[in-house]
Design a protein around this ligand. Structure first.
Ligand code: SAM
Length: 264
């Protein structure tokens, strides 16, 4: 069970000491500077300070989103950020814990969006939440975003170690449908980014169609997009214009990340 500390309320070394005092066996994550691993999973209510918003449950690979988007936000405090597929809100919350940004968090599933509201309330964070379809623009007010996170709907093939039922529930025919949806989301959201702004495209998939091949096709048809995914990092392996993490038993889920910059 992997945890993410809320940096607005303390650092992870102090939280590790609290966990150990409370009788938990835990260690720091290797790649995420905000992550801790609890050796034996427990009910979240048994975690010190959970109700007060000191900590959340989030896989280590998912925590790397903030590492990727952070450098694009840091020089522009107050920047306008779109989290286009935000529910249940793990990455939304992490971004708000780290950066003072004006964040619009959107999801097409109203039930899942309600969970984002609960999470932000527990953590003492705020964003504008919108129930809308990110393949459309009827919700957009015309102001460009400094950064966009597209944590796209995907096969979930990277999280099978924690959700083995995915093997049974997914059908081969799901993949082309998801690839097409991801591609529509990319094309619809890209023009909403200001020139010089950045998008992070993420999936919890290990399938190339959803990941490096998806981004390669996007770059080929999008003249003003260049890849800026950092390659000197401790995690994952190069995968086209992005990086692929494979699931690791003692560590993190499978994930794909690509960071893209709009030239101009
Ligand atoms: C991988 S999950 C996002 C996880 C989330 N970013 C987090 O860290 O907690 C993908 C989300 O995309 C949403 N989604 C699917 N199609 C969408 C669309 N057309 N517009 C907006 N959201 C969509 C789903 O409802 C789902 O909540």
């Amino acid at each position: 069970m992997t945890l993410r500390i809320n940096r607005r309320r303390g650092d992870r070394e102090a939280y590790l000491a609290r966990l150990i005092d409370a009788g938990h066996e835990a260690r720091l994550c290797t790649h995420s500077p905000d992550g801790l691993v609890l050796e034996t999973p427990c009910d979240v209510q048994a975690l010190p300070g959970f109700a007060e918003g000191d900590v959340s449950v989030q896989d280590e690979a998912a925590q790397l989103t903030a590492e990727l988007l952070g450098p694009c936000l840091a020089p522009r405090p107050g920047g306008r950020v779109l989290d286009a597929c935000c529910a249940p809100g793990g990455k939304t919350a992490h971004l708000l814990e780290l950066f003072d940004v004006d964040l619009l968090a959107l999801d097409s599933d109203a039930t899942r969006l309600a969970r984002v509201e609960d999470t932000l309330a527990r953590l003492g964070l705020s964003a504008t939440l919108l129930h809308a379809d990110a393949t459309q623009r009827d919700w957009w007010n015309g102001t460009l975003f400094d950064a966009i996170l597209l944590d796209a709907p995907c096969s979930g093939s990277g999280v099978i170690r924690r959700h083995p039922d995915i093997k049974r529930l997914r059908r081969p025919s799901d993949i082309p449908r998801l690839v097409e949806l991801q591609s529509r989301l990319l094309d619809n959201l890209w023009p909403l980014l200001r020139p010089g702004g950045s998008m992070v495209y993420a999936t919890c998939s290990v399938l190339r169609e959803e990941n490096d091949e998806q981004i390669e096709a996007f770059l080929a048809r999008t003249e003003d997009a260049i890849a800026t995914t950092p390659q000197e990092v401790s995690w994952g392996r190069p995968a086209g214009a992005g990086r692929q993490l494979l699931p690791e038993t003692e560590s993190h889920d499978g994930f794909f990340y690509a960071r893209l910059k709009r030239q101009g």
